[in-house]
Design a protein around this ligand. Structure first.
Ligand code: BTN
Length: 239
């Protein structure tokens, strides 16, 4: 557990931008920035993140140790958010993690994470967007929000709940390495053992059985010709 310093804003361009601005003049991590509105919410792969009032938009600044891989933070963050959310959702509607770090209920997106590296390369800005009250329409996916399951929670409460879980998972990562994170990721991982389609970073669509994720968080697929394929970046497509 750790003590986060929480700053709350009525409106920001993006909580990630605010975190990066702060890190350009200070080397202090351990901050949580929360905004009730974002005018320029950013999603993964340069997409827009529709930021409705009532939903959670937060960014935590996190110090990455020398022996840790920055890319592992995507899984640490996803597990922390999934745990926070699953304590609130009914068991039959629990959230799963779509590789590497989208939060889903069924085939609908509940939230997502965007990690950006600051000008201080050992500190990351971990942005978290979670649909609490509104499920915004998007061309890229169908959305769902916690209120759809009668879970009513305010952004500030949710940010504290998630920050507490993040503290716990970061401490575990620091003490025991990446293995416990990956093990828990697999408990909530969506589609393991199933045939999935993946749009790779090169924009090709690959279909195969999602066998596992490896020690570095890469996706292992078994293709129909029996060969295996390792994917380190891409979007898993569930209809
Ligand atoms: C995704 O595309 O799934 C990632 C979405 C991340 C959105 C959050 S909202 C808080 C933080 N600020 C941003 O501009 N983006 C992230």
């Amino acid at each position: 557990m750790r003590d986060w310093k929480l700053s709350v804003f009525n409106k920001l361009d993006s909580t990630n931008n605010e975190a990066l601005r702060r890190l350009s003049s200070s080397d202090k991590s351990g901050e949580v920035i929360l905004a009730y509105r974002q005018t320029m919410g950013k999603g993964r792969a340069g997409r827009e993140w529709v930021s409705c009032y009532g939903n959670l938009m937060m960014t935590a600044t996190i110090q990455i140790e020398e022996r840790q891989r920055m890319s592992d933070l995507a899984f640490v963050g996803a597990v922390a958010v999934a745990e926070a959310v699953n304590e609130l959702l009914p068991h039959e509607s629990r959230a799963e993690i779509k590789w590497p770090n989208d939060l889903m209920v069924g085939n609908r997106k509940l939230g997502g994470l965007l990690i950006e590296v600051s000008s201080r390369p050992s500190i990351a800005a971990l942005g978290i967007g979670l649909n609490l009250k509104n499920a915004p329409k998007s061309d890229n996916f169908q959305a769902v929000c916690l209120l759809d399951f009668d879970v009513s929670i305010k952004p500030i409460q949710m940010s504290k709940h998630i920050a507490q879980k993040l503290g716990v998972w970061i401490e575990r990562w620091n003490l025991f390495g990446f293995t416990p994170v990956i093990d828990q990721w697999k408990v909530w991982g969506k589609g393991i053992g199933e045939v999935v389609r993946v749009r790779t970073a090169e924009q090709t669509i690959v279909e195969g059985k999602f066998i596992d994720i490896d020690k570095e968080g890469r996706m292992l697929l078994e293709l129909s010709n029996g060969r295996s394929m390792t994917i380190s970046a891409g979007d898993v497509l569930f209809e």
